[in-house]
Ligand binder design. Structure first.
Ligand SMILES: C[S@@+](CC[C@H](N)C(=O)[O-])C[C@H]1O[C@@H](n2cnc3c(N)ncnc32)[C@H](O)[C@@H]1O
Length: 274
């Protein structure tokens, strides 16, 4: 059997059945980026309410977390980049696509705006934050996540990384009041995530398996074969690295390094016209 067909068979096994579920759970735990984000969004989700707009929703990987707390969950995407980066994958779809400049909604029409790992992909982040603020109702809630340290992805549409100060500035310029700013892990999470990404993508070539398991959904579909002979040492190494990173971050926290930040902001009511 060739590398490619072995990899394809492994992908099929891992994407279904009890073995697939267990593998999925373990891979979620090993995926430091994904597990931090999922945990933080799960904690924040009960604060979402009313009509929610997910800006740059991709395949809506967090819809199941927010859906129980809101009346409506709508996703909007920039047609151009969505087509290029999500074209062949199997997940959810946006409800609206637009030109990437003016969100196709009336002002003050959403109670909650969500935007997860989008701000690095637009050449004009200040305009996008202003647009998100415009469509928020008075007292509306924004939950936004952006990377501070993450490998190049979705190239060439990968423009920026964000410090908490830049995020605060962008919000201030859009009349939003930041009420919470939390880092996603510390130094050892960053190191662990980078090592594990290298092992998974550059050594074991597990992109196709990961995509069959619903991960890397926003990346182009991969059809390269898994280097299955590396898995007996790559897989335990990745589990050990994830465990070590989690443990060391607790013992030796370093607030100057993180994968990124999740912020919560509020749109203060506009002053009434005299
Ligand atoms: C890294 S993906 C994240 C997708 C999804 N939020 C997630 O967490 O899986 C970035 C997404 O931002 C979208 N995007 C880029 N510029 C945008 C813009 N100006 N408005 C809305 N979406 C945009 C891209 O099409 C892409 O789907």
């Amino acid at each position: 059997m060739s590398d490619f067909s072995l990899g394809t068979a492994l992908s099929k096994t891992l994407s279904s059945g009890p073995a697939g579920k267990m593998a999925r759970r373990l891979s979620d735990w090993v995926d430091l980026e994904g597990s931090w984000l999922t945990k933080m969004l799960t904690d924040l989700a009960p604060r979402a309410h009313g009509r929610l707009l997910d800006v740059g929703c991709g395949q809506k990987p967090y819809e199941h977390i927010f859906r129980p707390h809101v009346d409506a969950y709508l996703g909007v995407e920039f047609a151009d980049t969505f087509q290029r980066t999500n074209s062949s994958s199997k997940g959810g779809k946006p409800d609206f696509v637009y030109d990437g400049k003016t969100l196709p909604f009336e002002s003050k029409s959403f109670d909650t705006v969500l935007s997860i790992q989008v701000l690095e992909h637009t050449p004009a982040p200040a305009e996008l934050v202003r647009e998100m603020s415009r469509v928020m109702k008075d007292d509306g809630l924004m939950i936004l996540s952006a990377p501070f340290s993450f490998r190049l992805h979705e190239e060439p549409d990968d423009f920026y990384r964000y410090s908490p100060h830049a995020l605060r500035l962008l919000c201030r310029q859009a009349d939003l009041e930041v009420t919470q700013m939390d880092p996603r892990g510390g130094l050892f999470t960053v190191i662990g995530h980078k090592l594990n990404s290298y092992l998974a993508l550059n050594v074991a070539h597990i992109d196709a398996v990961a995509q069959a398991m619903g991960k890397l959904g926003h990346e182009k579909n991969s059809d390269r074969g898994v280097r299955w002979w590396t898995l007996p040492w790559v897989a335990p190494s990745m589990v050990t690295i994830a465990f070590g990173a989690r443990a060391l971050d607790r013992v030796l926290p370093d607030p100057t390094e993180t994968l990124g930040f999740v912020l919560v902001a509020r749109r203060p009511p506009s002053p009434k016209a005299l």
